[in-house]
Write a new protein. Structure first.
Ligand code: AHR
Length: 335
C-alpha cells in the first residue's frame, strides 16, 4: 500500500530512471508512426479493472478519450475484475514493447513478479486509481488517483452531519457494504471510516455487519437483503460506492423500509445515478471520488516517457455532498 514518505523520497529518481529507460528503448525502435513535430507516437498499454460500476465506465471513457486527444496509441484491455487477466495483459504489453504501461490494480497484492518483468525490459509502470503493496518501490513510477483512506474519514464525518440533520437519537447500527475484497479502495475506505469511528464514536456507533458487494449493484442488492434478514434493526448504511448503495436501496424498499429515512445512507463516488438517488431522498450524502483521471494520466505518461520528474502520488481533487445539494448539483455532474 502507499507510503507517503517512501513516495516522496523515491519519486524523482524513479521517474527519471523510468524515463531514461523509455528513451533508450525509443532509440532502438524504428517503426513508430510520427506524431506532431516528428516525435514518435507514445504507445500506452492500459489494463482496466473491469466494468463493475458507473465510476468505472466513466473512468474508462476518460482514459480512452484523453488518449485520443493526446494522440497516443492506446492498447486497452478490460480484466473483468480478475487479477490473472491483468497480469496477462501486462505481460502482453511487455511483449509488444509498449512505451509505458498503466493499470488500475484490482487488488493490492501479488504484482511484484510481473512488475519486475516490466522493469527488466525498461518499461515504466504508472498506477492509476488504485495502489499496490510492494516491497520494491522502484517497480512503479507514480500513482494517479484518490486518497481512499481520507474518503473513508470523510464518509464518517459526513455521517455525523447526516445523523444530526435527521435528529437521530440513540445507537447507530451501521451496515457496511465493502468494495472488492483486497482492493485498495475497500481496505482504505473501511480503515478511514473506522479511524473516525474509534476516535469519536466508540460508544454510540457500531458496525453490526460488514461484507463485500464487489462494487456492483447486484452485489449491493443481494448482500443488503441478507443484512436486513440477519440485522433488521440496522439504521445506517455505509456503502463503499454508489452502485452498491443503489442496489441496496432496492432491497431496503423490498423489505418495506424507506431508504434515506428508516436507513440513513452514505456512499462514495458521486456518479449521476448516485446523485439521482440522492435528489430523490434515498441517499443522504455522497463523498466524491473523481473517475476523470484520463487527462492527468496522459500528462504523466508523457513526462515519464520524456524522463521528467513526476510526483510519487498525484492526488485527485474531490468534494462532499449532502442531500440538500443534490438537485442543484445534478445538472453539472460530468459522470
Ligand atoms: O477504485 C475506485 C472504485 O472502484 C470506485 O469507487 C468504485 O465505484 C469502483 O468500482
Amino acid at each position: 500500500m502507499l507510503n507517503r514518505r517512501n513516495f516522496l523520497t523515491a519519486a524523482v529518481g524513479v521517474a527519471a530512471a523510468g524515463g531514461l529507460a523509455a528513451c533508450a528503448k525509443e532509440d532502438k525502435a524504428s517503426t513508430g508512426t510520427s506524431g506532431g513535430g516528428g516525435s514518435k507516437t507514445i504507445t500506452l498499454g492500459f489494463s482496466q479493472v473491469g466494468s463493475e460500476s458507473g465510476w468505472r465506465s466513466a473512468n474508462t471513457d476518460s482514459v480512452k478519450s484523453a488518449a485520443k486527444e493526446a494522440g497516443y496509441n492506446l492498447k486497452f484491455s478490460d480484466a473483468q475484475q480478475k487479477q490473472e487477466n491483468q497480469i496477462s495483459a501486462i505481460r502482453s504489453y511487455i511483449a509488444q514493447k509498449v512505451d509505458v504501461i498503466a493499470f488500475s490494480p484490482v487488488v493490492v497484492t501479488g504484482w511484484d513478479a510481473v512488475l519486475k518483468e516490466a522493469k527488466a525490459k525498461n518499461i515504466p509502470v504508472v498506477l492509476t486509481d488504485r495502489s499496490v503493496e510492494t516491497s520494491d518501490q522502484s517497480l512503479y513510477v507514480t500513482l494517479v488517483g484518490s486518497d481512499f483512506t481520507d474518503e473513508g474519514r470523510r464518509a464518517a464525518k459526513i455521517l455525523e452531519k447526516v445523523l444530526e440533520k435527521a435528529g437521530h437519537k440513540g445507537a447507530v447500527k451501521i451496515a457496511q457494504l465493502e468494495g472488492t475484497t483486497g482492493a485498495a479502495p475497500a481496505i482504505e475506505r473501511a480503515k478511514g471510516f473506522k479511524e473516525v469511528m474509534d476516535a469519536s464514536h466508540k460508544d454510540d456507533w457500531k458496525i453490526v455487519v460488514s461484507q463485500t458487494g464487489d462494487f456492483t449493484r447486484a452485489g449491493g442488492k443481494q448482500v443488503m437483503a441478507a443484512f436486513l434478514q440477519s440485522n433488521p434493526d440496522i439504521n445506517v448504511l455505509f456503502a463503499h460506492n454508489d452502485d452498491m448503495a443503489i442496489g441496496a436501496i432496492q432491497s431496503i424498499e423490498a423489505a418495506g423500509k424507506k431508504p434515506g429515512k428508516d436507513i440513513l445512507i452514505v456512499s462514495i463516488d458521486g456518479v449521476k445515478d448516485g446523485f439521482v438517488a440522492m435528489s430523490e431522498g434515498k441517499i443522504n450524502a455522497i463523498v466524491e471520488c473523481n473517475p476523470l483521471l484520463g487527462p492527468q494520466l496522459m500528462d504523466v505518461v508523457k513526462k515519464v516517457k520524456n524522463g521528467e520528474p513526476v510526483e510519487r502520488w498525484i492526488k485527485t481533487k474531490e468534494g462532499d455532498f449532502m442531500q440538500d445539494q443534490a438537485k442543484a448539483a445534478l445538472p453539472s455532474r460530468k459522470y
